[in-house]
Design a protein around this ligand. Structure first.
Ligand SMILES: *[C@@H]1O[C@H](CO)[C@@H](O)[C@H](O)[C@H]1NC(C)=O
Ligand SMILES: *[C@@H]1O[C@H](CO)[C@@H](O)[C@H](O)[C@H]1NC(C)=O
Length: 688
């Protein structure tokens, strides 16, 4: 069989103009990849019901893991899994959560089985077997992580999670309305798409931010980030490398927090207060979500106090916090062999800190520093039923695809950020030389009009209605219609003059000019609110260069993925030879959602600072000049085995203290801009 990829050269479509001389090769998918893609689409189809694809069911029924033990790289994982399976695992109907110790252990065992399968065939058979035998949410979790990390599924794409399991993304009221409609109108009008509008209730100020916290793309982003870099993923044991994993964790946490604060300001609210232990938690939250079993995600009234829960006590968590805080003050972390590492002198300091605060299995000392990121969420998530006495389902905080919906998430994030801030404030300010690119001056920056608006966004609810046969898979035409924030695509031009030709790195940031009370802020306070817009390499010419860049090209965003049905059709058509299917790595689904790139503006315009800095480009990897692979790396990293294409600390130059008088250098530019929030029809008229 011809497994070589057929290459077709097309003109660069989504690359920065810098490399227009560097033609990008779009690769066509071969038969093998198409089959793999088809298999994956089938395996997660109507996830919570039995598999309707008979072929896969047959593969699963005739497969015997124990008999095939030699087909796995590591026989121990097979034995471990079989022993779990025989003892009884999480029931198919039970809500599963990676934040429950026992659930996580089983999920890792299942992942190991997938990951250590010798070849694709074994992996596929194992998946067909597991699909109908383990908890569907566990299957989805372990299977997705395996697809993301196995070499032989490299270009396989997972369908949008909100269509695979809408229960995590769509109000239970809408899902209930859908059932009702379906029962009353079964198959009367299969060609017609029934649309259920989602209604938003503004019962308190926090609800004003629904367009951010409930955005499908944002929650998808968080879910994939966690799937790409699961904390339990011990790189030494799985033989992977994740460049700057700990630093990226802290950076991304901070960027999402800053974006949330900006959205609060846009709505006239102060930024969040950090979580504190000894006061009743005011932030109430009703997720309005239910699991496929019908169990609801527990709501949380205001005025609750955190308490000890089944797996940790509040004192345990305070101890971990104290140790992290001590390490920051003391300047050293201890590893498992009691060796000390400086976190101020060693360039890897931030890496130690990040891995230690997240609590990865590669943390300097996992058992000593714990895992603040996860423990905070467990502590508040467990509040309503700390000892599991009342059978409440796992909370929104304890599911990666829903955690960002709960406003308390940002309060916990802020508490963590205060520790990072303490650390960063002890690092020296950037010197003039570190900020400078000798001989290069940014003369001017021109930014196109910035408009945000609300638009309708429809998602299929088909998978919430069970069907019996493969032939019926497309019969349920039911959509939920939601609103989401979006913006008009914009371009900006950076005029540069240079006395030499030089490879440079361009960084673009955005921050509000005033706080929510309309007060101007000092640069050193404001630097915490600079969110990244873009980052890219560029060949600067001698003399004058105009760098033109479109918001589509941003290295932080990922586009809205195809719906399940469209994707299915694309793949089926390609299998049947009707169309061609190209490998598209811009669908590196982990990116920040494109529709949220710009924060929401205000009717009369909200003032922002658009900031550009051009610094020397320092080569990290021979592939640095292949933007093809690097779509949306800024908020997701480059995955396994590659170097992050940048040598500066993430968040540079705003991650250190700033003194306004020595901060300005000729290679940077501050531009005042306004973001206007408009009605959709006003934006379309201004477009033409
Ligand atoms: C939202 O409101 C509309 C109009 O009142 C109604 O038809 C629809 O059923 C509501 N949707 C839900 C999920 O309640
Ligand atoms: C990760 O793997 C290394 C090497 O096997 C091991 O020493 C370390 O204890 C593991 N980390 C955790 C938290 O299990």
């Amino acid at each position: 069989m011809n497994t070589a990829l057929v290459c077709a050269t097309v003109v660069a479509l989504f690359v920065c103009g810098a490399f227009s001389d560097h033609h990008i090769e779009k690769k066509m998918a071969d038969k093998t990849l198409l089959m793999k893609q088809m298999n994956v689409l089938r395996l997660v189809h109507r996830l919570h019901q039995e598999n309707i694809f008979k072929e896969q069911v047959d593969v699963g029924n005739t497969y015997d893991i124990e008999a095939q033990i030699s087909s796995y790289k590591n026989p121990k994982v097979v034995k471990d899994f079989i022993s779990y399976y025989k003892k009884g695992m999480v029931k198919r109907w039970e809500p599963f959560s990676v934040y429950y110790k026992e659930h996580l252990k089983q999920a890792i065992c299942l992942f190991d089985l997938f990951y250590f399968a010798n070849d694709y065939d074994t992996f596929y058979k194992t998946a067909c077997w597991a699909r109908d035998r383990v908890n569907p949410l566990m299957f989805w979790y372990s299977f997705t992580i395996a697809v993301l990390h196995r070499e032989d599924t490299r270009d396989v794409i997972m369908p949008p999670p909100y269509e695979v399991y809408p229960y995590f993304f769509v109000d239970n009221e809408v899902i209930q309305k859908g059932y009702e409609y379906w029962m009353m109108n079964v198959r009367n009008t299969p060609q017609h798409t029934h649309i259920i509008p989602m209604n938003y209730t503004m019962k308190n100020m926090e609800n004003m931010l629904w367009y951010f916290t409930e955005d499908m793309g944002l929650n998808t982003y968080h879910m994939y980030y966690r799937n790409l870099y699961p904390s339990w993923f011990n790189v030494t044991e799985y033989g992977h490398t994740f460049d700057r994993r700990g630093e990226m964790f802290l950076y991304v946490q901070h960027q999402v927090l800053a974006r949330y604060c900006i959205e609060r300001w846009a709505n006239g609210m102060a930024c969040v207060e950090p979580f504190v232990y000894n006061k009743a938690l005011k932030t109430a939250y009703n997720p309005k979500l239910m699991y496929h079993s019908g169990q609801v995600m527990p709501p949380r009234p205001s005025g609750m106090m955190v308490t000890n829960f089944d797996t940790f006590t509040i004192d345990d968590i305070k101890n971990y916090e104290r140790r992290v805080s001590d390490a920051i003050d003391f300047g050293y972390v201890k590893d498992e062999r009691l060796k000390v590492h400086s976190i101020y002198e060693d360039k890897k300091g931030i890496e130690y800190l990040g891995q230690m605060m997240e609590g990865t299995y590669n943390s300097p000392h996992y058992y000593y520093y714990g895992s603040l990121f996860h423990l905070y969420r467990m502590m508040v998530g467990h509040m309503m039923d700390p000892l599991h006495k009342h059978g409440l389902a796992p909370s929104a905080l304890e599911q990666p695809p829903t955690a960002l919906r709960d406003p308390v998430y940002y309060q916990l994030s802020k508490r963590m950020y205060l520790l990072v801030k303490k650390y960063k404030e002890r690092l020296p300010r950037y010197t003039h030389e570190e900020l400078l690119l000798e001989g290069v001056t940014v003369e001017n920056v021109e930014v196109g009009k910035l408009y945000t608006y609300m638009e309708n966004f429809e998602v299929s609810l088909g998978s919430t209605i069970c069907v019996a046969k493969e032939e019926d898979m497309n019969d349920v035409n039911m959509h939920v219609r939601m609103q989401r924030l979006n913006h008009k695509p914009f371009t900006y031009k950076i005029e540069v003059s240079s006395d030499k030709a030089v490879d440079a790195y361009v960084r673009v940031f955005l921050a509000p000019k005033h706080n929510h009370l309309g007060e101007e802020m000092d640069m050193n306070d404001r630097r915490h609110l600079f969110v990244e817009m873009d980052r890219f390499p560029y060949h600067v010419q001698v003399g004058k260069t105009v760098i033109e860049r479109n918001s589509h090209d941003s290295s932080i965003v990922a586009p809205t993925p195809d719906s399940y049905r469209t994707f299915w059709k694309k793949v089926t058509d390609a299998v049947e030879g009707k169309t061609q299917y190209y490998i598209d790595r811009s669908h590196n689904y982990c990116g920040f959602p494109k529709n949220l790139l710009l924060p929401k503006g205000q009717k009369g315009g909200m003032a922002f600072t658009f900031y550009v800095i051009i610094t020397p480009y320092v080569k990290q990897d021979e592939h640095d000049f292949e933007p093809y692979d690097y779509k949306s790396f800024s908020y997701c990293g480059v995955g396994h085995g590659r170097k992050y294409p940048d040598d500066k600390p993430l968040g540079f130059p705003f991650d250190r203290q700033i003194r306004s008088k020595d901060f300005n250098t000729p290679n940077m530019f501050f531009k005042d801009v306004y973001i206007f929030h408009k009605k959709l029809d006003e934006v379309s008229t201004t477009t033409h």
